[in-house]
Design a protein around this ligand. Sequence first.
Ligand code: FES
Length: 99
Amino acid sequence: MDLKKLTLMPHGLEVLLPVGSPLTELEYETSRRVIPFGCQSGACGACVIEVLDGFESLGEMDPEEADFLEDLGRADGNYRLACQCRLISAATVRVADDQ
Ligand code: FES
């Protein structure tokens, strides 16, 4: 199985996930919920993350996700909805509202 590394800041937590995994798979790899999730379908906005490294590693952003991020005021910068990302290669992210 081809695994890719997802690093979560500011904890520095590193998790290996199978290529193509939604970031919601983190639920099964860690003992705590490091990225908040709600609907897991791109509709609630609970899972906004800032991509610190590897923006291209999280798959294509579809128009619905882009529109919703714009509605949330997160169109500028490296924001994604964690539930809509698919890990293609190594990436480093943090929860958008973490200090
Ligand atoms: S969990 Fe609701 S938008 Fe991602």
